[in-house]
Design a binder for this molecule. Structure first.
Ligand code: ADP
Ligand code: ASP
Ligand code: MG
Length: 417
């Protein structure tokens, strides 16, 4: 007998029929003797609709009220799943974030989990064999008593945090794909499912745009050494042996992975914007005068390239920011124009970042050089490059994203044969 967290994403709870299907997955594990806490997302599309409604009500809406609105999707699915479980004879109770409580910071819309009191849930496992059905994505700030949300995709983080709090043996993430692939299988049909992937590699894949897991859920899994298993909710619940190994991907520590490839996977993100500050006087302190105000405005700068301007005397600084911060970033730079001293600001939003990830890169030279050559052969222009120990990224025109991902996927031998 063990203890499990089972998390179901939006498409897995898209309607009442799908929620009944989830209930049968949960029943299978309960019948096998496990203690089960379930974490659910809102029905697919619901959170987007709630976000839209908040924007429609006012583009400058209060962040606390935004969270009050967008957290509601998970309230519905947690209640519905508890009803569906009871209907098939499984003891179940729903829990909102504040009822547990899941205490978070007060950074509304991107709150961090500080602490979870899992004692009542564990007590009910023992006393009543009761399944806890927990609304993902939400928590409460203890100072203000207001509902908070954890950022888009945050139910993954709720699940891993709860798994750590109740000392679960494993956290199963049920989604609409049967595991983590070498790249998004919807874009590259030749992508291969990975049996195992190290936390470090998964962290990079998620950070660089593979939305199969929220970045913070992977961080938490790594910190608590919690095995996270990504699997499909679309397999027939009764066909699965609860003691067998179903198709899926285990995210675990690097030591548990026997065979390692130089490149593990490829991620991409179209949520980027490029800003070039042209013809800046090349003197000490210039970078600080640009990036200081951006940091103060809480804007994350990612890739940075500095090169000589057309006139051969001054310098150009090019960098990327998340597309959602693009307007603010432009305004911030423009407001500091006299302090920075530049001639022109150019920008582009139709850009994409393609990242190649693999902890094997630590011990292999020339991995990135191969990519530059392969992209050049396809006439794909590289606007900026960044590298770190286990990944490198290139910024390209968004129109070439799929071509670039497929080219690199083949180049590094990741295609399914
Ligand atoms: P959920 O609603 O269950 O949380 P998400 O839509 O957030 O599901 O995440 C699952 C999706 O992530 C898949 O449908 C897939 O298109 C996408 N995805 C992106 N990169 C990968 C990858 N490397 N492996 C698997 N899925 C990926
Ligand atoms: N419903 C939330 C979202 O769509 C959280 C989640 O699904 O993980 O972002
Ligand atoms: Mg998700």
């Amino acid at each position: 007998m063990g203890r499990l967290v089972m998390k179901f994403g939006g498409t897995s709870v898209a309607n009442v029929d799908r929620i009944r299907n989830v209930a049968r997955h949960v029943k299978r594990e309960v019948d096998a003797g496990h203690d089960v806490a379930v974490v659910v997302s809102a029905m697919s599309g619901k959170t987007n609709e709630l976000v839209e409604w908040s924007r429609d009500a006012s583009p400058m809406h209060d962040a606390r009220e935004y969270d009050a609105v967008v957290a509601s999707g998970e309230q519905v699915t947690s209640g519905l799943l508890a009803i569906a479980l009871q209907a098939i004879g499984i003891q179940a109770r729903s829990w909102q974030g504040w009822q547990i409580p899941i205490r978070t910071s007060d950074a509304h819309a991107s709150a961090r989990i500080l602490e979870i009191d899992g004692s009542e849930i564990v007590k009910r496992f023992k006393d009543r064999k009761e399944v806890a059905v927990i609304a993902g994505f939400q928590g409460i700030n203890p100072q203000t008593n207001r509902i908070t949300t954890l950022g888009r995709g945050g139910s993954d983080t709720s699940a891993v945090a709860i798994a750590a709090a109740i000392h679960a043996d494993r956290c199963d993430i049920y989604t609409d794909v049967d595991g983590v692939y070498t790249t998004d299988p919807r874009v590259v049909p030749k992508a291969r499912r990975l049996d195992k992937i190290a936390f470090e590699d998964m962290l990079e894949l998620a950070s660089q745009g593979a939305k199969v897991l929220q970045v913070r859920s992977v961080e938490l899994g790594m910190v608590h050494n919690m095995p996270v298993f990504v699997r499909s909710s679309f397999d027939k619940p009764e066909d699965i042996d609860p003691h067998g190994t179903p198709p899926g991907t285990l995210i675990c520590s690097e030591e548990e992975i026997m065979e390692s490839h130089v490149v593990t996977g490829i991620a991409f993100s179209k949520d980027e914007a490029q800003i070039s500050v042209r013809q800046i006087e090349d003197k000490p302190g210039v970078a600080a005068s640009i990036f200081g105000p951006l940091a103060e405005a809480n804007i994350n700068v990612d890739m940075i390239v500095q090169n000589v301007s057309e006139d051969g005397k001054t310098t150009d600084l090019t960098f990327t920011v998340p597309a959602s911060d693009y307007n603010r970033a432009r305004d911030t730079i423009t407001a500091s124009k006299s302090r920075i001293g530049y001639a022109r600001l150019d920008s582009a939003t139709d850009v994409a970042k393609v990242s190649v990830i693999g902890s094997g890169m630590r011990s292999h030279a020339g991995v990135a050089a191969q990519a530059f050559k392969a992209l050049a052969a396809r006439n794909i222009n590289i606007r900026a490059i960044t590298t770190s120990e286990i990944k490198f990224s290139v910024l390209i025109d968004a129109a070439y994203t799929e071509l670039a991902v497929r080219t690199l996927h083949t180049l590094y031998g990741l295609d399914q044969v």
